[in-house]
Ligand binder design. Structure first.
Ligand code: NAP
Ligand code: GLV
Length: 330
């Protein structure tokens, strides 16, 4: 993918006349930023706001969406490509009328994997150094001296989901000295990372990890996975970093595991529903760090470049990148 820091403009001069991209991601204020980003990177492209009453639905050829209303995409007769505004497209595929014959491109901006790697490294180091305890002590003006029990080379990080996000996180964690293992549906060969596969590999994977990092897509198979039965199989005191999707987490079971010492601490970025309710006990829990689904969201400009590049490539007859696979569910 193009380096987003270059000044290059996408090759939309050869745009098929009539290409029209409609956007539903981030609301009205965000749309102004989307428009500015596309005006810069793809000035030839007609970009409109989702729900614009002046817009003829039959003119829409491309859609960039996070959570379209169910049935809405099916009512766009000229739609050629759907772009997900994120790597996870769960808020799109839950649409029972989703037009399955139209390709759905998951956001695959390189900077997103870098940002996720940074988040995962930050969270793993935070668990290693008990960042939550330090933050609470600081808030109480308390000089709470303690020594970390372990160094990075003594803690195995187990990444659940060794895809785009997980693989980059694995490499970056190794750079900090953490031994890394991974769990995925199919076997992987990431240098230095032992690959555990599917149901058969799960127990061995859980027994080997000291910090679990969840970077799985939201599917039927991963729904409610991070729950009591799985947590009973981890080593006592395991750390949890959860940045996949909120639907994968059974919050009460995670809290119970933290209180029993089965989990040593947790850093959680994604919730169901979002935003996390103001009265949720998670906010104040002494062993939980809450972040507001900010682990990895690339800028609108980065995403505009990705979409414009993919549209130009598609127009030249090339494959679309990072396609959602309906059979796999991600
Ligand atoms: P990806 O490249 O498709 O990777 C998904 C990984 O999960 C693959 O390794 C896949 O295995 C594995 N997997 C899927 N279902 C599985 C199952 N049932 N059992 C075991 N492994 C399974 O996706 P990605 O781009 O890395 O993104 C992953 C997810 O991260 C997204 O779907 C989204 O939910 C989340 N995310 C969150 C944020 C955030 O800011 N919090 C940002 C970006 C993404 P195979 O490789 O064998 O297929
Ligand atoms: C963010 O959560 C994404 O899926 O990109």
């Amino acid at each position: 993918m193009r380096d987003v820091d270059t000044d290059a403009v996408c090759e939309l001069d050869d745009a098929r006349p009539g290409d029209l991209l409609v956007i539903k991601s981030g609301g009205r204020k965000a749309f102004v930023q989307w428009q500015a980003a596309f005006a810069e990177v793809a000035p030839g492209l007609d970009v409109r706001r989702w729900g614009d009453p002046a817009l003829d639905p039959s003119a829409i050829t491309h859609a960039l969406v996070w959570d379209p209303e169910p049935g809405a995409l099916a009512r766009l007769p000229s739609l050629r490509v759907i772009f997900g505004a994120g790597a996870g497209v769960d808020a799109i595929i839950t649409d029972p009328e989703l037009p399955l014959h139209i390709p759905l491109v998951r956001m695959g901006v390189d900077g997103a994997a870098q940002r996720m790697g940074e988040y995962v490294c930050w969270a793993a180091l935070g668990l290693l150094r008990n960042q939550r305890r330090l933050a609470l002590s600081q808030a109480a003006a308390k000089w709470d001296y303690f020594e970390p029990e372990f160094t990075a080379p003594e803690r195995v990080v187990g990444i659940m989901g060794l895809g785009v996000m997980g693989t980059r996180s694995a490499v970056m964690l190794q750079g900090l000295g953490f031994p890394v293992i991974g769990w995925s549906r199919t076997e992987k060969s990431v240098p230095g990372v032992r690959s555990y596969v599917g149901d058969a590999g799960l127990d061995g994977f859980l027994a080997a990890a000291d910090i679990l990092v969840v970077l799985l897509p939201a599917t039927e198979a991963t729904r409610g996975l991070i729950a009591a039965p799985l947590l009973a199989k981890v080593k006592p005191g395991t750390g949890l970093v959860h940045a996949g999707r909120g639907t994968q987490l059974v919050v009460d079971d995670v809290v119970a595991a933290l209180e029993a010492g089965q989990l040593g601490g947790a850093v959680i970025d994604v919730f169901e529903p979002e935003p996390l309710a103001a009265d949720s006990p998670l906010w104040a829990h002494p062993k939980i760090t809450v972040t507001p689904h900010c682990a990895s969201l690339p800028s609108r400009r980065e995403r505009a470049v990705y979409v414009a590049d993919a549209m130009a490539a598609h127009r030249r007859g090339e494959e679309l990148p990072n396609l959602y696979d309906h059979a796999r569910g991600y």
